[in-house]
Design a protein around this ligand. Structure first.
Ligand SMILES: *Cc1c(COP(=O)(O)O)cnc(C)c1O
Length: 359
């Protein structure tokens, strides 16, 4: 049976990327060896690294003022690395708290400097993106989580400030164009919208570095990774290769701008079904804040007893990974770049038939 993979991450990748990656595991580039066993200093892998960096720069419009890094340690390591590299003990950074990942980022930043929580949507279980708050001057940076993978909300406009933003874009990188010059740092764990788990993309404005007084271990110092072109130590070779293939695929679709109407159409399909449904209701209270990447919904009050039955109906139709995160409950359809609209239609049909049967 065909599986429609709605998992939040590690997540679906384009079928063509999977084919190429599988072939490279058997033999890479006519070398008589697998991509898994070649040196990261080989000219063949250096070419992969160079193409990956060039694709990031081309797809997102990243200038030479920024370093483009492929690091390990996940987005979770960026929670502390950005603070460690940008924030001295007496400096203050602003954070907008929009969910589990922002909360974790705040906790780690507090180890290195002062954190001012500019706004939070915790009062309503992170069901909206805060708006209309003040951003004082004098902050080192303002951190946002552009897409809240767990709760299903997404910034549709950026906070108004001249302070450089630091953006956790783990679950919406490459899904839409971004004004890179507004950011000091952009980071993204690959396993949502970019590639397999194991590599984290970091885009960092070079002139912001080297300003803190603390000693930084080499492996945690962005400058060391910039100088060494992400090969200070052995980089995650295979995840970088597969991410590069995915970026090639995005480029072949017409680039990041071409992903927007496709992602909008998929999101509209799910949200229209939620809004028309007698059985389901959306999680995000302000519909303008709904994520185009992770659509979250619940059974309406009085229908909660149907939970297991709905998940079974999804499973029977091949819709995998629909259970919501444990802290949000309900259901989550992750509809990243590589998710075909035909798969979203299968899910919507399941939702409609289920509602017709039970409501
Ligand atoms: C998944 C996720 C993370 C954590 O990523 P790891 O690579 O597992 O550390 C952080 N932020 C966001 C927005 C995520 O979706």
């Amino acid at each position: 049976m065909k599986i429609h993979n709605f998992s939040a991450g590690p997540a679906i990748l384009p079928a063509s990327v999977m084919e190429e990656a599988a072939a490279a595991v058997r033999e890479f580039n006519g070398m008589g060896m697998s991509i898994l066993e070649i040196s990261h200093r080989s000219k063949q892998f250096i070419a992969v690294m160079e193409e990956a960096e060039a694709l990031v720069r081309e797809l997102l419009g990243v200038s030479d003022e920024y370093g483009v890094l492929f690091l390990s340690g996940g987005a979770s390591s960026q929670f502390f690395m950005c603070a460690m590299n940008l924030l001295d003990a007496e400096d203050t950074a602003g954070y907008v708290n929009t969910g589990t990942w922002s909360t974790k980022a705040i906790k780690e930043a507090k180890l290195f400097g002062q954190v001012k929580e500019l706004a939070s949507s915790k009062d309503k279980n992170f069901s909206y993106i805060p708006k209309g708050y003040d951003i004082p001057t004098g902050l080192k940076y303002v951190h946002i989580t552009t897409n809240n993978t767990i709760y299903g909300s997404q910034f549709q406009t950026l906070p108004e400030t001249d302070t450089p933003l630091v953006g956790d874009m783990s679950s919406d990188i490459f899904s839409r164009p971004i004004p890179v010059d507004r950011f000091g740092i952009i980071y993204a764990g690959a396993q949502k919208n970019m590639g397999p788990a194991g590599v984290t993309l970091v885009i960092v404005r070079k002139d912001l570095l080297g300003k803190v007084t603390r000693a930084i271990p080499s492996m945690l110092d962005y400058r060391v990774h910039i100088e060494n072109e992400s090969s200070f130590n052995t980089p995650p070779v295979f995840p970088i290769y597969v991410s590069m293939l995915t970026m090639r695929w995005v480029k072949a679709q017409g680039g990041v701008a071409a992903m927007v109407p496709l992602n909008e159409a998929k999101a509209k399909l799910v949200y229209d079904e939620i809004d028309a449904s007698p059985l389901f209701t959306g999680v995000i209270s302000d519909v303008a804040d709904r994520s185009r990447m992770n659509a979250t919904f619940l059974l309406k009050p009085g229908y909660e007893h149907l939970d297991a039955e709905f998940l079974a109906a999804c499973k029977a139709a091949g819709c995998d990974g629909m259970k919501g995160h444990r802290s949000a409950g309900g259901y989550r359809a992750s509809i990243y770049n590589s998710m075909p609209i035909a798969s979203v239609q299968v899910l919507v049909d399941v939702m409609r038939e289920f509602a017709a049967k039970h409501a």
